[in-house]
Design a protein around this ligand. Structure first.
Ligand SMILES: Nc1ncnc2c1ncn2[C@@H]1O[C@H](COP(=O)(O)OP(=O)(O)OP(=O)(O)O)[C@@H](O)[C@H]1O
Ligand SMILES: Nc1ccn([C@H]2C[C@H](O)[C@@H](COP(=O)(O)O)O2)c(=O)n1
Length: 424
């Protein structure tokens, strides 16, 4: 009797999972299987997606719809992560941060790449692409498979196309070469968003973030190296994509301005540039300039002048002593902000002397640059950097620079014509 009971029980428990599954899944069983998620070189990255266990049809990356990718680049602290979160919230893109994936891998118990990644992050250098690309491909494929599974479960005819925001990649030539080799045409690179700020802002944001982020690279020494890597290794990649007409540059330095509301709104305003509020009478709150202007026009707030305005008299004195070069501006948008403060909020800040002096220095520098080229019959001038000029200031000399280059081109043409005439 006892033996029979044991036999029946064994039979029952052996069959139980199958019975259970059959009851739970009236449709053919669908499942996906990631055979290897280890990052031991791209070739061992081996995924199978079975859509039906009975015919064992096998899908790999190439059988899934070709996903769209937007690369998001910019200096350290430009706000790549912040903006990607906002975009993905609003438009549903999947946000993959190369830096976050590397940090996660670094902290994975037993990862043989942990130490190597940590070293690169601390030094602001770039981790070999085999590692980063594999992590990105794994994360993308996981999402693509999830979409395929969803389509299967909902009995949809087609699988939705994945839309990815890849933040912080490709950061150098090795990243780009690896991406082309391992991913290449498997995805459609739609756009490269480049968030730009003055160096001072990158530094300020990361050092401020460093007070609570716990990141090993939000400190002055690492920042120096990260900025150097950004300028010398990442910017050439931006130039490469610019030639393919894929780059969209965005000014990411937008300052917030502090207002004192005269109204109450206990919720937050969720805008593409961030969440602002709540708004309470007499409690200062930071908002974008356009919102401050709007509220002020409706008599709903007063404004607190930005603190850098207090540094202007000191800068004016220092710039009066320095006639040959521009000193660092107090803020990337200092001139535009002063104008708005005067026009919209009736705050007049006396610094016309500083504005005129900076313009004079800028014009003199451009003039001298071209005069030297003409005087020496120099046909080419290399890269020109006008240190410490803000975008608004550069616009003032845009025409002068364009004319200067045009004259140089004429000079070059005349020299070439003259040398051709000598030949005949
Ligand atoms: N527009 C902005 N104005 C002011 N602060 C900002 C702005 N955008 C981001 N920040 C702040 O700057 C810091 C860096 O932002 P974020 O982490 O998004 O930059 P990131 O480009 O992803 O940086 P990293 O490349 O170092 O990871 C954060 O503390 C964030 O809150
Ligand atoms: N493609 C990448 C992206 C990031 N890293 C490393 C080196 C960076 O300084 C660090 C932090 O990245 P962030 O959070 O600033 O995007 O991660 C890399 O080696 N390769």
């Amino acid at each position: 009797m006892f033996v029979i009971i044991i036999k029946r029980w064994l039979n029952y428990s052996r069959n139980f999972p199958v019975n259970f599954l059959l009851k739970q899944t009236p449709k053919p069983l669908n499942y996906c299987q990631i055979l290897s998620t280890k990052i031991d070189g791209i070739d061992s990255c081996f995924y199978r997606f079975f859509n039906n266990i009975n015919n064992n049809k096998m899908y790999d990356w190439n059988n899934l719809p070709r996903p769209n990718v937007i690369f998001v680049l910019g200096g350290p602290g430009a706000g790549k992560g912040t903006q990607c979160s906002l975009i993905s919230e609003k438009f549903g893109h999947v946000h993959l941060s190369a830096g976050d994936l590397l940090r996660k891998e670094q902290n994975t118990f037993g990862s043989k790449y942990g130490e190597l990644i940590a070293e690169h992050i601390k030094n602001g250098t770039i981790v070999p692409v085999e590692i980063t690309c594999k992590l990105l491909m794994n994360a993308m494929l996981e999402n693509m498979i999830a979409l395929a599974k969803q389509a299967n479960e909902n009995e949809q005819k087609s699988i939705a196309v994945g839309n990815f925001l890849i933040d912080g990649f490709p950061r150098n030539q090795d990243n780009l070469d690896g991406w082309r080799k391992f991913v290449g045409d498997k995805v459609n690179v739609e756009l490269v968003l480049v968030l730009e700020c003055p160096e001072q802002i990158y530094l300020e944001r990361c050092l401020k973030r460093g007070q609570h982020s716990g990141r090993a690279d939000d400190n002055p020494e690492s920042m120096k190296k990260r900025l150097d890597t950004h300028l010398n290794q990442t910017m050439p990649i931006v130039n490469y994509y610019e030639k393919l007409n894929l780059v969209k540059r965005i000014d990411a330095s937008h300052d917030l301005i502090e207002i004192v509301p005269t109204f109450r709104y206990d919720r937050q305003l969720n805008l593409i540039t961030g969440d602002f509020g709540p708004f309470r009478p007499s409690v200062p709150v930071k908002v974008p300039m356009w919102l401050a202007i709007n509220l002020h026009r409706q008599n709903k707030c007063s404004i607190i002048s930005p603190t850098w305005i207090n540094d202007l008299p000191k800068l004016q004195d220092a710039q009066a002593q320095e006639m040959n070069r521009l000193l660092p501006p107090p803020n990337e948008h200092w001139r535009e902000t002063l104008k708005l403060l005067e026009q919209e909020f009736g705050r007049s800040i006396q610094c016309s002397e500083l504005i005129e002096r900076r313009e004079a220095i800028l014009k003199k520098s451009v003039h001298e640059l071209f005069r030297e080229a003409y005087d020496k019959n120099q046909m080419f001038i290399g890269d020109v950097t006008l240190d410490n000029a803000t975008s608004a200031e550069l616009i003032l000399v845009k025409e002068m620079i364009a004319k200067g280059f045009k004259r140089l081109q004429e000079l070059r043409r005349n020299v070439l014509l003259a040398s051709n005439r000598k030949h005949y």
